[in-house]
Design a protein around this ligand. Sequence first.
Ligand SMILES: *Cc1c(COP(=O)(O)O)cnc(C)c1O
Length: 390
Amino acid sequence: MQRTPSTGRRSLPQAEAIIDLDAVVHNVRRLRDYAGDAAVMAVVKADAYNHGAVPVARAALAAGARELGVTTLAEGLELRAAGIDAPVLSWLHTVDADYAPAIAAGIELGVSSPRHLAAIVAAAESIGETAVITAKVDTGLNRNGVARDEWPEFVRDVARGQAAGAVRLRGLFSHLAHGDELGHPEIDSQRDRLHQAADDLRRASLPPEVVHLANSAATVTRPDLRFDMVRPGIAIYGLTPIPEQGDFGFRPAMTLRTRVALVKKVSAGSGVSYGHRWIAPADTTVALLPMGYADGIRRNLSGRIDVLLGGRRRPQLGRVCMDQVVVDLGPDGGGVQEGDEALFFGDGRLGEPGAQDWAELLDTINYEIVTGIGGRTVRTYVGGEGGELR
Ligand SMILES: *Cc1c(COP(=O)(O)O)cnc(C)c1O
């Protein structure tokens, strides 16, 4: 997503994702309540689920998150470059990644195989530093993490690397396959395997300081999975990790706003937008909004969403185009003027839809909706103690 222009004359952007840092603070505080004695690692991967990694990380830390989680080394380095010195864990790397700068920046590395470990040992030795690592163990997701058959060799290699001063094992973690399916038996078996892996490390004189497993869904539903730290992502952004179970008191942080580019009359029987998939049943007035599928308004939403405009929800008409959509204002135009603000989704306080509504229409999850907004959309911030966090 584009950054807010910092200089020059500024009118309201045509396509804007407004990020409410007060909502982030609220959500992190709520997660701390759910976490009890466990620490909170705020997951700010993928540019904080497209909310902006640095401002969100600052807000989350101010609200009491103790650590930050990212996917890539570059994401970790971006936080360090912004002056954030909280613990940062990065957990998905190719074997040939450039580990040395991350080690030098004190980014903790999640390690998922003996090959990755060897590369990290070599990088640490090349710069004469000790890499702080967290073992990522595969307890059943069969995705990232040390595979079961490689675990004994991995533990041996960590012991060797630690004895040589190249690495220091700080943590142990794993990720759930069914975190959002309450009571699924696989959750218990993953928890048990994580306990076993921790025992294996203790027996090898590598006792982990922090063990963690719970994502957002597990944090709000499974106190027995807290271990030393929880690792929520989506809930920080205020979206529910288990839609069937309600919102858990989280507040959506992203509002997608645009402005009316044009108002015009359309007469009965006329088609609107590509393919004329919508034909006006009566004379009406329409508004043109300058956001389309290039900005993340997915084309599969064509004719299926409402937009909050002029104080009411109004139906979007016909096809979503690359750059624009059309909305019905009714015969009298509802008093809507060119330049007026329109909301695609937000926290619902003004009656606008939520990202969750779009997820249901598209048969996907809310994560994909907020991370999919982009193109020409400009990100701006509100809240966060007068802007200090930005
Ligand atoms: C993304 C991710 C999380 C956060 O998951 P949410 O469902 O967004 O809470 C936690 N841990 C790992 C390893 C992840 O990749």
